[in-house]
Write a protein that binds this ligand. Structure first.
Ligand code: SF4
Length: 196
């Protein structure tokens, strides 16, 4: 979505979008004390959009019971809670934290607008994504074990694709004409909702 179109969408839904995500607590990152992790708070509860984010972010994990969704973005583990809390790890500095918060706000607002325009996703779609396994993805890959993705074979790639360490772009054969349909189908399985 272009910047002007984005602004317009946020204006149209001004009363429901998140205006502010405030960074509340910053501490040294557990994985690397040279980096920071932080907790932030959105100005709205986010429970209703967690399933939408789950279906839009290919490597997201979601627990309704815990009211939490987490995913890897670049090297950061990002967790979004139903009450509007957001945590992020492995952040370089305050500047990067601000940038990540702004990106998260953008994504959250796209999900809010999606909810307002499309309604809640059906529990069946959410369940179908929960049931995705490396085997199911492997079955849809070219299965040539050509290693162009840098993995030992298609199954290892499928596992890494599911946990977010690889993307579909890392498998060049999926761009061959004969595999295009497969790529589209896997994409649809990993992220049935598109927010951009
Ligand atoms: S590049 Fe694609 S086809 Fe080749 S091994 Fe990796 S996943 Fe399989």
């Amino acid at each position: 979505m272009e910047k002007n179109a984005e602004d317009l969408a946020e204006l149209l839904f001004a009363d429901v979008v998140v205006r502010k995500i405030e960074i509340k607590e910053i501490s040294p990152c557990t994985a690397d004390p040279e980096r920071i992790k932080f907790l932030a708070q959105a100005d709205k509860p986010l429970e209703d959009i967690l399933p939408i984010l789950y279906l839009a972010i290919p490597n997201a994990k979601y627990s309704e019971k815990l009211g939490a969704l987490s995913y890897m973005y670049q090297q950061h583990l990002i967790t979004i809670f139903a009450n509007g809390r957001i945590s992020m790890t492995y952040v370089k500095d305050r500047n990067e934290a601000n940038q990540l918060v702004e990106e998260a706000r953008w994504l959250i607002n796209r999900a809010i607008i999606y909810l307002k325009t499309h309604g809640k996703p059906s529990p069946e779609i959410v369940q179908a994504k929960k049931e995705l396994t490396p085997v199911k993805i492997y079955e849809m890959l070219p299965k040539t074990n050509c290693k162009m993705c840098g993995e030992q074979g298609c199954f290892a790639f499928a596992a890494k694709l599911l946990n977010g360490e690889k993307t579909l772009q890392d498998c060049p054969p999926l761009d061959y004409k004969e595999h295009n349909k497969l790529k589209f189908q896997i994409e649809k399985m990993l992220s049935p909702i598109k927010l951009k």
